[in-house]
Ligand binder design. Structure first.
Ligand SMILES: *Cc1c(COP(=O)(O)O)cnc(C)c1O
Length: 232
């Protein structure tokens, strides 16, 4: 696929998503494809948009601030680390923040959202304990984070997100995906009305496995855009 037009890549990814949904007996369209456009120039993003994609994920607030105003009709998700000094900017740019992982951050997001009169949809990033993973909330802290979030007016926590350690063999990601789904299911049982629906998991290498394990959002970059330039 390297060198193939974005349109063909999008069709290929969609085909594989449909296959994974069929294999797991889930209805068509029950997964949101988040096209990860970090480091990609706006021309490539517009190509993807023309191919029918309308949900994009960016990692860096600064970079996103240059792109989002050029395609405001799309739904933009922050999927990279959210620094304290970037919260206000992030809230003004994105409709979804996928990487909230502390009480402090959740409160800051809510306060900024309230001040700008909006409600931001939030996923809590979970640290599944893989080696080298430094971001994300500990599973044992999720319950408190969710209970407090329920009282924060500027945010709506819609689910969980995780970035398992990269594995060349995507089957090795499967236990991590299953673990995230189990966490969501048990928290949803323990905290009725928590609204925990979304599971953001799976990237270019393993989104099929993630869908089979229950992903409702997959974050796919290189399979759509080809390899990235520079950082990222
Ligand atoms: C870059 C990135 C992706 C996309 O990775 P690909 O392997 O290019 O699909 C997904 N999620 C996060 C958090 C990322 O940083």
């Amino acid at each position: 696929m390297e060198g193939a037009p974005v349109r063909d890549r999008v069709a290929w990814v969609r085909g594989r998503i449909a296959d994974a949904l069929r294999r797991s007996g889930r209805p068509p369209g029950s997964v949101k494809l988040v096209a990860v456009s970090k480091t990609q120039p706006i021309a490539r993003i517009l190509e993807a948009h023309a191919a029918g994609l309308s949900v994009f994920g960016e990692n860096y607030v600064q970079e996103a601030a240059e792109k989002i105003p050029l395609l405001p009709a799309a739904e933009w998700h922050l999927i990279g680390r959210l620094q304290g000094n970037k919260v206000r900017r992030a809230v003004s740019l994105f409709s979804w923040l996928q990487t909230a992982d502390s009480l402090k951050r959740l409160r800051e997001i809510s306060r900024c959202a309230e001040e700008s009169g909006k409600t931001v949809r939030v996923l809590i990033e979970v640290n599944l304990g893989g080696e080298g993973s430094k971001t994300g909330a500990a599973p044992g802290d999720l319950r408190v984070l969710l209970e407090v979030s329920a009282g924060l007016p500027g945010i709506r926590v819609a689910g969980l997100m995780a970035i398992p350690p990269f594995r060349a063999d995507p089957e090795e990601s499967r236990p991590h995906f299953a673990r995230l789904r189990e966490l969501r299911d048990s928290l949803a049982r323990e905290i009725p009305g928590a609204g925990l629906v979304e599971l953001s998991m799976g990237m270019s290498n393993d989104f099929g496995q993630a869908i089979e394990e229950g992903a409702t959002m997959v974050r796919v970059g290189t399979a759509i855009f080809g390899s990235r330039q520079g950082r990222g």
